[in-house]
Design a protein around this ligand. Structure first.
Ligand code: C5P
Length: 232
């Protein structure tokens, strides 16, 4: 078995409140093309041959999880924290007995149900030899800096700017150390790559499909349904 064939655990942070969808139910449990959003995401990940198990990180007061239909690979749960990075770290700590420090792990947002298997494969193919990587998309729009009145005060360079997506792929021990270091320094990291950059790593940006959207607003639900129904 080569590194690239390695069976990986995937941490799935799903402990967000999802208040931007404006519903009483957390967004990860809202129906998306007939199944809860979270279930769609787990099904996608579990269908990939390199994903060996899922560590789903839930909010402490989550009452909806028992109603999820689980995919046919090991699925464990952990309790998340106040920020996404706290939830990811809790999931990683809960995997301590299953994953060696040098093994790679994936982290994938519960809110990204449209991730394509081919993109996960490319992330592994390029990211494992590179020592760590993330799916990302080059910025195509012109980027504006706003003042407090939402007036545009400057145009930022677009060259060499990427949007970070997930999954992100790092070695277990390095990622745990990077997230613990950021937490100890009081720095709020919004993705795993940001924590790794702080430690001097240079994660590889692997271009992924723009359709791997983070479902955040009601309009995103409609777009994600459209994408899934078209076989994205
Ligand atoms: O809030 P945002 O859309 O950035 O969340 C990205 C992912 O992180 C979501 O899947 C959400 O459930 C998860 N999250 C988490 N714990 C938090 C906040 C967000 O697991 N405290």
């Amino acid at each position: 078995m080569t590194d690239t064939d390695a069976a990986l655990w995937c941490v799935v942070p799903a402990a967000g409140r999802g208040t931007r969808v404006g519903s009483g139910i957390p967004k990860q449990y809202l129906p998306l093309a007939g199944k809860p959003l979270l279930q769609r995401t787990l099904d996608r990940l579990a269908a990939h041959p390199s994903v060996a198990g899922l560590m789903v990180v839930l909010a402490a007061d989550d009452t909806h999880w028992p109603n999820i239909g689980l995919p046919g690979i090991p699925v464990l749960t952990a309790i998340g924290g106040a920020e996404r990075a706290d939830s990811v770290l809790a999931g990683l700590h809960a995997l301590r007995a299953k994953v060696a420090d040098g093994n790679f792990v994936l982290v994938h947002d519960a809110a990204r149900p449209c991730v394509r298997a081919g993109d996960i494969s490319r992330l592994l193919d390029f990211g494992i030899p590179a020592g760590g990587a993330l799916l990302a998309a080059p910025l195509r729009d012109t980027l504006k800096r706003a003042d407090t009145q939402n007036c545009s005060v400057a145009t930022e360079p677009r060259e060499a700017r990427w949007r970070a997506l997930t999954p992100q792929l790092f070695r277990y021990g390095e990622l745990v150390a990077a997230l613990e270091s950021a937490r100890a320094a009081g720095i709020a990291v919004t993705d795993e790559a940001m924590a790794m950059e702080r430690m001097g790593y240079r994660p590889l940006l692997v271009e992924g499909a723009e359709s791997n959207i983070k479902v955040t607003t009601p309009a995103d639900f409609a777009l994600a349904e459209f994408l899934l129904e078209r076989g994205n």
